[in-house]
Design a protein around this ligand. Structure first.
Ligand code: UT7
Length: 337
């Protein structure tokens, strides 16, 4: 039998590069001060502020769900870009707060926005989720599988907070940040430095639903974290990865305009600053002060707020880096929208 020639598959061709086009964000509407927190746990407002930089956090109301917050943030980003929901090719959501194994939160958001037909899926990379999705969106646009992508980080961590654990209860918060990505002629998303320290997989965990069923004391799986060990890992390994992300982008720290790390602890941010030797001129994100830790939502919320407040500007070069449960990390240099 002679060999029949096999067809050659067509390969999609994308844009030369991708870029962030517009942002939107929403924060849980209930302000929970350190003073109020200390009516729930054995602590002091000063201890919380000194150990983390947090003075208050945002908790969503019962009506503010991951779905509603993601939709609101996405609508704001689309409005700023002047793009219709029908023009979105893909919606990618980074979250650990969606309680349904299926369908994904992204499909509910596509439904509510009216982006019917868009590719839609969630990813779980915990607090590194937004940076994982940034790399993914960039690859999708350059490979030609999508032109406009909504990347959304959203969390409602208040309902998974273990109020009986004074070592973590004061950290977590609720909100959503959306970033619209689109094609670009010039490079505006640097290579991702990403990976995991999976030997530390049990350092931060959210209970599974069977544990809730076995112990009907709570309505949701709760977060458990060995904070001290996560802190040590972040201060040693993640700080080095931040430096690598700058080098991979082909720039030096003095080229940066902004540093927007995951908002886990201001002491970690400060350690990164010292390690990277960032010049005074670099605008550093301290969103944690009135926002707490919103995991996958912290970086997109911070970008949106810093742009709104004029702390950073369109075209600025920013280093973003996320790290969290897994343990996983991802960081890259981006051009702000
Ligand atoms: O977002 C995902 C990634 N997450 C992170 O990166 C979080 C990383 N970890 C942290 O940010 C910090 O570990 C925490 C803020 C969670 C805790 O701060 P710490 O400085 O690491 O405190 P620690 O757990 O080492 O505790 C120090 C002391 C202990 O007392 P002893 O053993 O020294 O007597 C704790 O019992 O502080 C005590 N403590 C508290 N005291 C007052 C623990 N929680 C509290 C509290 N109020 N709420």
């Amino acid at each position: 039998m002679p060999d029949t020639p096999r067809p050659t598959l067509t390969q999609a061709q994308g844009a030369p590069s991708s870029r962030m086009l517009a942002t939107g964000s929403v924060r849980g509407s209930r302000v929970v001060s350190n003073e109020e927190m200390c009516t729930m746990i054995d602590s002091t407002p000063e201890w919380i502020q000194q150990r983390t930089g947090i003075t208050e956090r945002r908790w969503a109301t019962a009506e503010e769900t991951p779905r509603s917050m993601a939709v609101e943030a996405a609508r704001k980003a689309l409005a700023k870009a002047g793009l219709e929901p029908s023009q979105v090719d893909a919606i990618v959501i980074a979250t650990v707060s969606h309680h349904r194994p299926s369908p994904s939160l992204a499909t509910y958001v596509a439904h509510d926005l009216g982006s019917i037909g868009a590719a839609a899926f969630d990813i779980n990379a915990a607090c590194a989720g937004f940076c994982y999705c940034t790399s993914l969106a960039d690859s999708m646009i350059r490979s030609g599988s999508a032109t406009h992508i909504l990347v959304i980080g959203v969390e409602k961590l208040s309902e998974m907070t273990n109020i009986a654990d004074r070592g973590t209860a004061f950290l977590f918060s609720d909100g959503a940040g959306a970033v619209l990505f689109g094609p670009s002629q010039t490079s505006a998303v640097g290579p991702a430095v990403w990976g995991s320290a999976a030997d530390k997989v049990e350092t931060i965990e959210i209970e599974d639903w069977t544990q809730v069923a076995d112990h009907p004391r709570v309505s949701h799986p709760l977060i458990a974290m060995d904070g001290r060990n996560v802190f040590k890992w972040a201060m040693t390994s993640v700080v080095r990865k931040a430096g690598e992300a700058i080098a991979e982008a082909g720039i030096t720290p003095t080229d940066l305009d902004a540093f927007i790390p995951h908002q886990a602890n201001d002491r970690i941010t400060d350690a990164m600053l010292r390690h990277l030797k960032l010049p005074e001129s670099v605008e550093v994100c301290h969103d944690i002060a009135d926002m707490g830790n919103t995991s996958a939502a912290s970086i997109p919320i911070a970008i949106d707020r810093m742009l709104e407040r004029g702390q950073v500007h369109s075209g600025d070069l920013a280093l973003i880096i996320g790290f969290g449960a897994g343990l996983v990390f991802a960081g890259q240099v981006v051009v702000l929208p």
